[in-house]
Design a protein around this ligand. Structure first.
Ligand code: PMP
Length: 404
């Protein structure tokens, strides 16, 4: 059982006022808030060991390099990757997906198929469309049902020996649905397809085990799990990372450069051209330590309580519809109120200090499916409370009264 007040004291921003009201932060799906240890670790890096990595023999460069590689090891342990060199630092999920999609340009032929799901964030749709345009491959879509669940019988039918890669999110950002990725990975492997999992919305809530999942790639962003923006991870199985060409050329990713020919560095450096976000990578390690100290069992227990409570309380409101109804769901409630535009509700409740996201959540195909312009999305983190949910419910009721 978490001591929520103690946890909340770790996050200085939670004491801020917004529009003169105590901040109620329910936009955790967009980015999480940061604990003081993370904020301090950024300053500590710049105050004490700032230097470029993998370059100099001087002491600071060694210290920075060691700290960066220790952080890589923390990520490796966290996701249970077999090797540290299978863990690539990136700037975020978007970068990780683009890296893999770019690599598949050298593999796909006209007639090959790429499978995405109807539940994807735009960053797991657009890079694959660009890839298909480049290669003549075809993009196929795994359909969803009214509850927001992917239809597995349709997925099974879409798979064939033409399928070269299946790319799907672990948890949907717009609806909070947890997809049956273990089943999907096993099925894709039966036809010889690779699988990329977009874990952006999963890592704030759970600890993925990439070896147990047996996914070929798993990517996520640090900023959604208490870490700094501009940080992320792409895990790839060694064999795949050796097979894919580098994404960007530049310093640090080479073995030898001549004007005639360049040879590439070993993993992970082959995919880490240029000076990376050194502070960010190191502090992502701090964020992972922090979340593990809080404990993922505790995090899940608190978040599920918040989800149940919010679902129950919001359902009291007349004309309110929740999108995404599944037993496999994380702490996201995406909803609309009859006859009112989500943006209008969002704007009014912001004046009351409540931060939610309104709009299509970079998942327009889901909104098109439900034939709506967008939703109001309240996404909860372990540092949120039931009292804050009460404040949301009261604010939404007030907005409904004003707008109808
Ligand atoms: N996929 C999903 C499911 C997401 O929720 C997000 C962020 N909203 C992304 C990808 C993109 O992440 P980033 O902007 O950090 O690259």
């Amino acid at each position: 059982m978490l001591d929520i007040q103690k946890i909340r004291a770790d996050f200085p921003i939670l004491n801020e006022k917004v529009n003169g009201k105590p901040l109620v932060y329910f936009d955790n799906g967009a980015t999480s808030q940061k604990p003081q240890v993370v904020i301090d670790a950024i300053a500590k890096y710049y105050q004490e060991i700032n230097a470029n990595i993998h370059r100099g023999v001087h002491t600071l460069s060694q210290l920075a390099t060691d700290a960066y590689e220790i952080a890589r090891g923390k990520v490796q342990n966290h996701i249970n990757a077999k090797n540290a060199h299978e863990v690539l630092f990136t700037s975020g999920t978007t970068f990780g997906i683009n890296l893999v999609a770019n690599g598949f340009a050298s593999i796909l032929k006209p007639g090959d198929e790429v499978l995405v799901s109807h539940l994807e964030h735009h960053s797991n749709i657009v890079p694959w469309q660009m890839l298909c345009e480049k290669t003549g491959a075809t993009l196929k879509v795994i359909p969803m049902d009214e509850n927001g669940e992917l239809i597995m019988s349709e997925y099974d039918k879409l798979l064939s020996n033409k399928t070269k890669i299946v790319t799907v999110n672990h948890i949907s950002n717009a609806l909070g649905i947890i997809n049956p990725i273990k089943y999907m990975i096993d099925k894709a492997h039966e036809v010889g397809a690779a699988v990329l999992i977009d874990g952006a919305q999963a890592v704030p809530h759970l600890k993925p085990d990439v070896q147990d999942l047996d996914c070929d790639f798993y990517t996520f962003s640090g900023h959604k799990m208490c870490g700094p923006t501009g940080t992320g991870i792409l895990y790839g199985k060694e064999a795949w990372l050796n097979k894919l060409p580098p994404y960007q050329g530049g310093g640090e990713m080479i073995k030898e450069v001549t004007f005639e020919k360049t040879t590439y560095a070993e993993l992970p450096h082959k995919f880490e051209a240029g000076t990376p976000n050194i502070a960010g990578g190191i502090v992502l390690g701090t964020a992972i330590d922090y979340m593990n100290e809080v404990g993922f069992e505790n995090i899940q227990q608190q978040e599920l309580e918040l989800l149940d409570y919010a679902t129950e309380r919001l359902s009291e409101i007349e004309g309110l519809r929740i999108y995404g109804n599944s037993a496999a769901k994380t702490s996201v409630v995406s909803f609309n109120i009859d006859g009112i535009h989500p943006y209008d509700i969002g704007t009014i409740i912001d004046k009351l200090g409540i931060a939610v996201r309104t709009g299509h959540h970079c998942a327009q195909p889901i909104m098109n499916f439900y034939e709506i312009p967008g939703t109001i999305r309240a996404s909860f983190s372990f540092y949120n409370t039931k009292e804050e949910i009460d404040a949301l419910v009261e604010a939404v009721k007030k907005a409904q009264l004003m707008l109808s």
